[in-house]
Ligand binder design. Structure first.
Ligand code: C2E
Ligand code: MG
Ligand code: MG
Ligand code: MG
Length: 279
């Protein structure tokens, strides 16, 4: 490459970095008012029982609908919310909305669908987390055994003892606990030994090439074996193709989540997909 070309690309790089930073500042500023302006909303992505191929649960996924910026993905605003201290109110809003929404379309009972809710590390570690989640579910009247709290591996990094205490107390109160994005963080298999997970979510990066790459398949098989040994439910994330579904079914994976069945849906779209006899 010529010198001028290189110089050009560096300038471009700086320019791009600068733009990204500016966009981040812009989001930071606007995020402060997102909740009070009722711009945060929740979509629900079905989780399908691999055997019956029926919807048995959903994952609540936050969205930020801004009047001029459009719909902003949680990968763009959850991190910012953590940084500027907004994750607690946003998390509380998503949790409350999800409990109300799911109870409204699926009453408590034997055919009730479950709902998984993503919990950020700061949220989980905050002093009143257990009490406020318990109070909200009591007030709304949704059975806590219908609620799965999804946490990621990075939550356990520092305060393993504290995490153990929190998760154990949540389980005493009947919440289910899921380990999200398994295998992508600073995971240690010993966490599975120490912490009371009910469910393990295999990250989509392992599912992506499961049908073309023998190593990926072996890895997923091993994860399923571990999960089985610990009597955990296994969810495959990011299932987009029929071949992936068939393979995961043959390997004994319990739940399937991904675009092959559904993208994240509005509550109304979800309701249409549930059998009428359920409500
Ligand atoms: P996650 O918890 O691992 O959620 C799964 C993500 O994968 C979702 O992205 C979902 O839309 C996407 N996905 C599902 N199936 C497929 C598929 O077949 N193909 C592809 N390409 N993608 C698929 P989304 O909704 O953008 O959320 C991204 C992440 O943001 C979530 O990852 C979660 O970590 C975080 N997040 C979302 N909502 C919340 C929330 O309310 N609170 C917190 N703390 N984090 C949240
Ligand atoms: Mg999740
Ligand atoms: Mg995940
Ligand atoms: Mg993920």
């Amino acid at each position: 490459k010529s010198k001028t070309e290189l110089k050009g690309s560096t300038t471009f790089y700086h320019h791009q970095l600068n733009e990204e930073l500016q966009y981040k500042y812009l989001l930071e500023n606007k995020l402060k008012d997102a909740l009070s302006n009722q711009q945060i909303f929740v979509l629900y992505q079905p989780q399908i029982d691999a055997t019956t191929e029926k919807i048995v649960a959903v994952e609540a996924l936050a969205r930020w609908g801004h009047p001029t910026l459009g719909t902003i993905s949680p990968t763009d605003f959850i991190g910012i919310a953590e940084e500027i201290g907004l994750i607690k109110p946003i998390g509380l809003f998503v949790f409350t909305q999800a409990c109300k929404d799911i109870l409204s379309i699926s009453p408590n009972g034997p055919n009730a669908i479950k709902v998984s809710i993503n919990i950020s590390p700061n949220q989980l570690m905050s002093a009143d987390f257990i009490e406020s989640m318990t109070q909200i579910t009591d007030e709304i009247g949704i059975q806590r055994c219908r609620i799965t709290l999804e946490i990621t591996e990075n939550v356990m990094l520092n305060e393993l003892g504290k995490t153990y205490n929190i998760l154990t107390e949540l389980k005493k109160r009947n919440f289910c606990i899921s380990l999200d994005d398994f295998g992508t963080g600073f995971s240690s298999l010993s966490y599975l030994n120490m912490l009371p997970f009910d469910e393990l979510k295999i990250d989509s990066c392992f599912i992506n090439n499961i049908t073309v790459n023998e190593q990926s398949k072996t890895l997923v098989k091993s994860i399923l074996a571990i999960s089985d040994a610990y009597k955990m439910i296994t969810v495959a994330e990011g299932v987009e193709r029929k071949e992936q579904l068939i393979l995961l079914q043959s390997l004994g994976c319990h739940l399937i989540q991904g675009f092959y069945f559904d993208k994240p849906l509005t509550l109304a779209q979800l309701q249409k997909k549930l059998p009428k006899t359920q409500s």
